[in-house]
Design a protein around this ligand. Structure first.
Ligand code: ATP
Length: 429
């Protein structure tokens, strides 16, 4: 299947089945903004909760925070964003359209006119605080979520028993006036990031950098349908404080190899800069050795929405007359769908409802009694529901139901009373 065509099908499936809608659609849309629908929000929450649990429970030295979206404007001076968070734009001298300089060469793609020298445009999203016009303070929606982690580094050290090496993680929104939003969820103006900032003694930087690079890749591999589509990209151009930087890329997107997460060597840059700008010493004192130092930082900074999009692309398959989202069951919006074989047989409906009501205490489950059973299976395949449970006449006799597997379409009979254990077992595989 042509990749572009596949992308169009995914975008349309997302809207038709309630994963993702274009932002402000009834007003003609707003470029770079999307809303997550009933299935999308379930899937996104599953994804974020997997990440969160993996960070905080699999690594005992990681704690989480949830910082404010708006911070003191000085934060962005200190971080360098006001000066260097820029996209160079070239303006056409004839039609005055502007283009991201990295994306074009030579003439204006719209009218063929001559392009002026590129100028830098800052992509921070400005906002104002205060109600009296002359007294408003200008500030910014955060351009990256991680800054609040640096701001709270000392608060976390002082309010917990955590000791270096340790990590602070966060999931949160970020905003950028992207010049060329596009490729669906890939480049938006409002998006969500998941970050880990790992604080270490400088002497252990190398070791921890390698550890996090592999650890993050292993995690992504554990959730993708085709882990072979993931790879590293090593940056050659580095920030002055960085010794190395890698991206974890998804290599099978319709628009090429694309970054999903960055693994960054940040050294003492962030804490030193905030120390300089706020006049406070942000060093750490090792309680055993009494050594005082500015911790060095390894950052893993990824995009929730990009991961969501790449998971959909990776899971999408067409097989004869059915479309399947082969999503990892842990991420799928519904874990199971429950059907009475026939909607006009009250005994079947009643029994199926009983099973549905019981399972929904523990899992997000779907109910469907419309149309023929084959159509109901296909409808669940298309949204990635891993198991379909059907109540039929045999259920009334021996208490068993059929459980159909999404990927193989094979069915087995299971005792209805064991369904909770069965689903738990399958989900923990
Ligand atoms: P790019 O080079 O693609 O603009 P970046 O290197 O600026 O990305 P970072 O600042 O390192 O990205 O942000 C960390 C992560 O946040 C990225 O790996 C990506 O997954 C996500 N991200 C960044 N910008 C966007 C965006 N405009 N829309 C959606 N996700 C984004």
């Amino acid at each position: 299947m042509k990749e572009k065509e596949q992308m169009e099908k995914i975008v349309s499936l997302c809207k038709r089945r309630g994963f993702v809608y274009p932002g402000s659609e009834i007003y003609g849309g707003l470029q770079g903004f999307y809303d997550f629908g009933p299935l999308g929000v379930e899937m996104k929450n599953n994804l974020k909760s997997l990440w969160w649990k993996w960070m905080t429970r699999n690594h005992e030295n990681i704690v989480g925070i949830d910082g404010a979206i708006i911070t003191h404007p000085k934060v962005w001076e200190a971080s360098g964003h006001l000066k260097s968070f820029v996209d160079p734009l070239a303006e056409c001298k004839k039609c005055h359209h502007r283009f991201k300089a990295d994306d074009i060469d030579g003439k204006c793609p719209d009218c063929g006119g001559e392009l002026a020298e590129p100028k830098n445009f800052n992509i921070m999203v400005k906002t104002e605080l205060g109600v009296i016009e002359e007294e408003k303070t200008q500030t910014y929606l955060r351009g990256e979520a991680c800054q609040t982690i640096y701001l709270n580094f000392q608060n976390v050290v002082n309010s917990t028993r955590i000791k270096i090496p340790f990590g602070i993680c966060q999931i949160g929104k970020a905003f950028r006036n992207e010049v060329t939003p596009g490729n669906f969820l890939y480049r938006q103006r409002e998006f969500e990031q998941w970050d880990l900032q790992w604080f270490t003694h400088p002497s252990e930087m190398e070791k921890w950098f390698d550890y996090w690079k592999e650890e993050r890749m292993d995690w992504f591999k554990s959730i993708f349908t085709h882990p072979e589509n993931l790879g590293f990209y090593q940056h050659e151009k580095l920030a002055h404080y960085a010794k190395k930087a890698f991206d974890i890329e998804y290599k099978a997107s319709p628009f090429g190899n694309k970054e999903m997460e960055g693994i960054h060597w940040r050294g003492d840059w962030d804490l030193s800069r905030h120390g300089q700008y706020n006049g406070k010493d942000l060093s750490y004192i090792d309680q055993e050795t009494k050594e005082k130092f500015i911790p060095w930082i390894i950052e893993t900074s990824g995009g929730v929405d990009r991961t969501f999009l790449f998971l959909l692309i990776d899971a999408y398959e067409e097989e004869k007359d059915r479309t399947i989202l082969k999503l990892n069951p842990k991420i799928a919006p519904y874990k199971a769908a429950i059907f009475p074989l026939l909607a006009n047989k009250p005994q079947l409906v009643e029994k199926a409802k009983e099973i549905y009501n019981e399972l929904k205490n523990n899992f997000n489950v779907a109910w469907d009694e419309r149309g023929n059973i084959g159509k109901r299976y296909y409808s669940q395949d298309e949204i990635g529901t891993p198991w379909c449970i059907t109540v039929d006449f045999q259920t009334l006799e021996d208490g068993t139901v059929t459980v159909r597997d999404r990927d193989s379409a094979k069915q087995e009979r299971i005792t209805a009373n064991n369904l909770k254990l069965y689903l738990e077992g399958m989900l923990n595989k």
